[in-house]
Write a protein that binds this ligand. Structure first.
Ligand code: HEC
Length: 485
């Protein structure tokens, strides 16, 4: 039961095409981009390495040149130096004008003056045989014809005439590659000793020294570096390729899952929409109901407010002082009659205890109907003297209970019966007077009555005797009559 839906799902998405065409194109594009990137980096790296190698060769050439200049300057500083004459070092032909060109030491050793160019030439020959570095001191107008410039040097010398300070390039000499570098030689003061005779002036370009460094060792370093760059880039490209293959495989798989998910999502979305519609309808129904309820409640509230207002009006309109008290005798509300009677506004009365206001005492007075009401739980009444105001009230305390029957408040109605009381007293006085009068009269009457009774008794005796006489008379008459008959 539980497994079945899962199986269905599996079958469902296994039915999708195994390969996505769009994705394949995407992967190919990515591979092309990756290849371009790797090739770009390779070319750039190799170019940079080549440039670095070339500039390293140039630096070496410059160093060689600078060394030449220093030695030459040393020589110039001495106006040429004397060296022993040997088979290789003979007197310089072109110095024949200079006095003391050839001298002999006191011990008989032959010395000849060596000019900077001559020395440089000899040093260059040494460098050539020992390091393979070529050097050449030359000029566009050489004193010594062998010093003539080759075509590259001629071009460089012409460039110096146009203000160039250094010329360098890779060139071939005798089938070998060299880094060639050339800088001009300026005519200084020291040079004039010999060169003035050949028409040189201070400050002009006399010629130049060209230095050629063999490129072979540099190219060896370069090839070594390049090889490493190739290997690294090859590996990088391969890694990218593998990543792409795995990535696209996983993507194809997740694409299938995505399509499946999308379809089921669309389906459930439809269901959801229906549900939302349903809910919306139910909600709007509930909303209407709620609106109705709110309207009803508002109406009820208005009614309640009106009722409260009505109640308040009635409460205020009552001619007797009426107070609503809490179980602790404290005033919750007092009507206008109360405020008028006490001379205090309702605001001041609220919260005060009724006996403080009415009797000015600290506790309820004896016979307080509120106390009685609290004890009995029923309506209680009582006549209360309000001493401070000199008035008498008939007080009614009615309890108001909550739903559980607990005392909530007390309605305290005080009816002013002072006048009634006075009238009653008056009445009592009259009645007493009347009673006195009646008593007086009764006494009088009793006296008279006694007299009358005596009189009566007297009369009754007399009458009785009369009656006796009459009867005797009658008897006598009858006897007389009978006697006469
Ligand atoms: C002691 C004399 C002497 C002094 C100092 C001297 N030179 Fe020369 N220089 C010569 C002679 C001689 C040659 C030609 C023969 C040779 O190559 O030795 C020559 C050759 C040259 C050449 C080669 C081209 C050519 O004309 O054959 C240059 C460049 C040169 N001198 C520059 C200078 C400069 C720059 C100075 C100063 C810094 C200088 N020289 C100082 C004597 C001198």
């Amino acid at each position: 039961m539980k497994k079945k839906p899962k199986d269905e799902k599996m079958n469902d998405y296994q039915n999708f095409p195994k390969k996505s065409v769009g994705l394949q194109w995407y992967a190919r594009g990515l591979l092309a981009l990756w290849s371009c990137l790797v090739i770009g980096s390779l070319t750039w790296n190799i170019m940079m390495t080549r440039e670095e190698i070339i500039s390293a060769a140039r630096i070496q050439a410059r160093v060689a040149y600078e060394k030449d200049i220093i030695y030459r300057r040393w020589n110039t500083g001495h106006g040429g130096v004397y060296v022993p004459v040997t088979r290789e070092t003979k007197s310089n032909l072109y110095l024949s004008e200079i006095p003391d060109r050839d001298i002999t030491t006191p011990s008989g050793k032959a010395l000849t003056l060596m000019n900077p160019a001559y020395m440089t030439r000899q040093v260059h020959e040494l460098a050539k045989s020992e390091y393979g570095v070529l050097g050449h001191i030359t000029s566009l107008a050489p004193i010594r014809p062998q010093n003539a410039a080759d075509p590259w040097e001629t071009q460089a010398l012409q460039a110096f005439e146009h203000g160039e300070k250094e010329v360098s390039a890779i060139g071939t000499i005798n089938g070998q590659e060299y880094m060639r570098l050339m800088r001009p030689l300026m005519t200084e003061k020291g040079c004039l000793k010999c060169h003035a005779a050949y028409g040189s002036r201070e400050g002009e370009i006399r010629g130049g020294i060209s230095v050629s460094v063999p490129m072979a060792p540099f190219w060896a370093i370069y090839h070594h570096h390049a090889q490493r760059i190739w290997i690294v880039h090859g590996l990088l490209w391969l890694m990218g390729l593998l990543g792409l293959i795995f990535g696209s495989r996983r993507l194809t798989k997740s694409e299938q899952v995505r399509i499946f998910a999308e379809r089921s999502l669309r389906k459930s979305f439809g269901q959801l929409e229906a549900k939302v519609e349903e809910r919306t309808a139910a909600l709007s129904e509930a909303n209407k109901e709620l609106e109705k309820e709110i309207a009803e409640r508002k109406h009820a509230e208005v009614e309640a407010q009106k009722a409260h207002r009505d109640w308040k009006n009635i409460f205020q309109a009552m001619g007797h002082p009426v107070m609503i008290l809490d179980p602790g005798h404290r005033v919750i509300s007092a009507n206008r009659a109360t405020t008028e009677f006490t001379g205090q506004p309702e605001k001041e009365l609220i919260g005060k205890r009724c006996y403080e206001i009415m009797h000015g005492t600290k506790k309820p007075p004896a016979g307080c109907p509120m106390q009685k009401m609290m004890a009995s739980g029923c309506k209680e009444t009582g006549e209360m003297e309000v001493e401070s105001f000199g008035r008498t009230f008939f007080v009614t305390c009615t309890p108001v209970n909550d739903q559980e029957g607990k005392l909530q408040k007390c309605i305290h109605i005080a009816t002013d019966i002072t006048q009634q009381k006075q009238a009653e007293a008056e009445l009592r006085k009259h009645r007493d007077q009347l009673e006195d009068l009646v008593r007086e009269r009764t006494e009088e009457l009793e006296v008279k009555n006694a007299e009358l009774e005596r009189m009566n008794r007297l009369f009754v005796g007399r009458e009785f005797r009369i009656k006796e006489l009459k009867e005797k008379l009658k008897e006598g008459e009858i006897k007389h009559f009978k006697e006469n008959e």
